[in-house]
Design a protein around this ligand. Structure first.
Ligand SMILES: Cc1cc2nc3c(=O)[nH]c(=O)nc-3n(C[C@H](O)[C@H](O)[C@H](O)COP(=O)(O)OP(=O)(O)OC[C@H]3O[C@@H](n4cnc5c(N)ncnc54)[C@H](O)[C@@H]3O)c2cc1C
Length: 190
């Protein structure tokens, strides 16, 4: 493997943005390329469904209309639409889409996962030193006293499952200092 020495690296990882170009948009965009759907990815046009990046849908967990541009949602929204179509053909129904935002990226020996929403205060934990042997570090996002987002670099499958659970359960935190000290163990005990 060839080593390339660089002076600076700018990494842009974000799940929410007030303007265009972010991964999640918190407002319904109704121009020609954005399709607003219901929780079954049905558009206002009969028999037309929109899934993946193009769909603006009700994100039940946050009671908001959002768009999520990531492959996990692209797959799951397609699955939801197909199940909804099949159910309506059978004269039955399915539950509304209840998605926990999930993003990941892998590059070289680095691999991170993020679940939930990145709003509110942040609490960094672990060893984020560039010389760290494990690269294991993360961050929680806390809003209204609850953990609503969690990021983890170099987590094991079990640890990644634990941060996903935290983002879904949204546990209350009394002290941010205590949360920073507990770090990943806060998630693994939920
Ligand atoms: C640079 C980059 C890096 C990314 N990295 C990641 C990552 O690491 N992990 C991750 O999960 N996601 C990543 N994503 C996001 C991910 O690729 C998308 O969320 C996902 O591909 C969305 O799937 P989709 O099916 O909704 O749309 P797309 O994959 O964009 O598929 C839409 C398809 O429709 C076709 N199309 C468009 N218009 C028409 C038309 N008029 N007629 C016929 N066909 C048409 C397009 O050619 C395309 O093939 C990345 C995206 C980019 C741009």
């Amino acid at each position: 493997m060839e080593k390339i020495w660089v002076g600076k690296i700018i990494a842009r990882a974000g799940t929410r943005c007030s303007g265009r170009g972010g991964i999640i948009h918190d407002e319904a965009e109704k121009n020609s390329t954005r399709k607003e759907t219901d929780g079954f990815f049905k558009t206002s046009i009969p028999d037309v469904y929109a899934v993946g990046d193009v769909a603006t849908f009700p994100l039940k967990l946050y009671n908001e209309i959002r768009r999520v541009e990531h492959v996990d949602h692209a797959r799951k929204s397609a699955e939801q639409a197909v199940k909804a179509i099949f159910a309506s053909e059978q004269g039955t129904s399915i539950d509304e889409y209840d998605y926990l935002p999930y993003f990941y990226s892998r590059a070289f020996d680095l691999s991170w996962q993020f679940y939930g929403d990145n709003v509110g205060e942040t609490v960094l934990f672990g060893d984020s030193s560039p010389t760290s042997a494990t690269h294991k570090f993360g961050s929680y996002w806390i809003k209204d006293g609850k953990v609503i987002g969690a990021f983890l670099e170099s987590g094991t499958p079990e640890e990644n499952k634990a941060i996903a659970k935290v983002a879904r359960v949204q546990p209350q935190v009394d002290s941010l200092d205590q949360l920073a000290t507990e770090g990943l163990s806060f998630a693994t005990k939920i």
